[in-house]
Structure formats: C-alpha cells, structure tokens
Design a protein around this ligand. Structure first.
Ligand SMILES: Nc1ncnc2c1ncn2[C@@H]1O[C@H](COP(=O)(O)OP(=O)(O)OP(=O)(O)O)[C@@H](O)[C@H]1O
Ligand SMILES: [Mg+2]
Length: 246
C-alpha cells in the first residue's frame, strides 16, 4: 500500500480538495483507495455525506496514536492507496501522518504567505526522511506569479524544481468548488473539463513519483495468490509425507 498525506500549516490551500480529487483520479485509474480524515473540521466526512454513495470510504482517525496501526491493517487487507487529509497547523496527527507516509504533498497557493507556511511541514518531512513535493494550487491560468512562486519553493527546498514541484499546477477553477459542494470529485463533476485534465495529470505525476506502475499493482495482486498456492502446496506435501510415514 502507498500512503499519501496532504499537509501544510496554511488553511485553505487545497489539502481536502486535492485529497478528494486525487482519490477519485486514482480510483478511476483502477486503484483501491481510502480517504483518511485526520482533520476534526470534517471536510471529507461532510463531502461524503453529500455524496450519498459509499463507493469511496472516508475514515476519520483523529488520534495520532491510532494512525499507524490502522494504516498497517489497511495495508494487510490489500488496500492499494491511502490518502490522508490533515488539518491546517501542525498537530500530532499531522506529524504522525507525515511520518508514516510514502509521499507528503504540500499544497500552496502562489502567495508569499502560503509559501512561507510550508516551512514547518517541510521540516517534519525532512526529519522523518519522507519524500515530499509541493503542489501549486489555485494558480492563475498563466503569469509571472506562478514562475516566481515555483522558484521560491525550489529555493526553500534547495532542490531541483523538477523533483520537488508536482506537475501540472492546479489552476483556480470553479469546478473544484462546485464538485466539492455536490459530493463529487472534479473528474465526476466535469469529466471533460480542464480541471479534470489537471487532476488526472497530477495523479499520474504522483504515481510516477511513488514509482508505482500498473505492473507493480499487478505484482501486489499476484503475490498473495502465489502465497496461497505455496501454502496449499506445503499442506499437500505435509499430508503426503504424513500418509507415507503412517
Ligand atoms: N484549484 C482550485 N480552484 C478553485 N477553488 C479551489 C481550488 N482548490 C481549492 N479550492 C477551494 O478553496 C477552498 C479551500 O480549499 P480546501 O478546503 O481544500 O483547503 P484546505 O487546505 O483543506 O483547508 P483547511 O486548512 O481549512 O482544511 C475551498 O472552498 C475549495 O473549494
Ligand atoms: Mg481541509
């Protein structure tokens, strides 16, 4: 299982919106997905209630100590992807989520305040040696502001931009707000829209960053079957040996 966490200290930067968007993009790409809500504000649970469909499970886990054991249970059950949405600020639950993630996505609007607010999240990801990437969200369609923001983020991380900045950037579009309001993801609300194209592109980027391909997913499915077959073969051999011995 792969665990992605969306975290940044700044409120309203798009953690919940991107969590939902990525969850549905991954689901539509064939992954089994669960959304984990660590934010007591309940944006994901509220979205789930409006959705009126339990095809995507939103699981609230508000206590930091509950997170790791639950993620392990989900991994053991064969789930392929857990996406953890966190509250603004830096709570114990957020720190635990980052610690147990395979990738920490840090959304930021292209504003100085949002970019400055990424520092504390960045330091937690680094402290636990977790891979991280920035996602520029709610950007204008084009303009100097985006390039400036991207360069500042790269400077802050002291890393090559291509590695640290997820692509594409997610443009400010009404579809994101309207889909959230109707209990849908953008890829369901506007399947042919630019918003969907961007979110699907972002999922593909994340998938590559996580280094999971369709082949790996297949291997994940094949290994338990192979394990079962080995177990049956071992039992069979044991029975034969016992019969021969008696
Ligand atoms: N790309 C986008 N285009 C337009 N609106 C967006 C976009 N991303 C997020 N929004 C809107 O911005 C607001 C804040 O987004 P969201 O709730 O996802 O942020 P958040 O980081 O989870 O906030 P909080 O810190 O309060 O949990 C919401 O109204 C959401 O619909
Ligand atoms: Mg939120």
């Amino acid at each position: 299982m792969h665990t992605i966490v969306l975290a940044t200290q700044k409120g309203g930067s798009g953690k919940s919106t991107l969590a939902i968007g990525l969850a549905l993009a991954a689901k539509q790409a064939g992954f089994t997905v669960r959304l984990i809500e660590t934010d007591p504000q309940g944006t994901l649970s509220n979205w789930q209630r409006r959705r009126n469909n339990d095809d995507v499970v939103v699981e609230p886990i508000y206590h930091a100590a509950d997170l790791a054991p639950r993620l392990k249970m989900l991994a053991d059950s064969g789930l392929q992807l857990a996406i953890v949405d966190t509250a603004a600020g830096l709570s114990a639950a957020t720190t635990a989520a980052i610690r147990h993630s395979d990738l920490c996505l840090i959304p930021a609007r292209p504003s100085v305040a949002d970019i400055e607010a990424t520092v504390s999240t960045l330091s937690v990801a680094r402290a636990w040696k977790r891979p991280y990437s920035f996602v520029l969200n709610q950007t204008p369609i084009r303009g100097q502001r985006i390039d400036n923001a991207a360069n500042t983020l790269a400077e802050e991380a002291a890393l090559d931009l291509t590695e640290v900045l997820a692509r594409p950037m997610i443009v400010m579009r009404n579809d994101h707000q309207d889909s959230l309001a109707s209990g849908l993801a953008v890829s369901e609300f506007a399947p042919n829209g630019k918003s969907t194209e961007e979110i699907r592109g972002l999922w593909q980027w994340v998938e590559t960053r996580l280094n999971i391909s369709a082949t790996n997913v297949l291997i994940d499915q094949v290994i338990p079957v192979a394990d079962d077959m080995l177990l049956v073969a071992a039992e069979h051999t044991l029975n034969e040996t016992t019969t021969l011995a008696s």
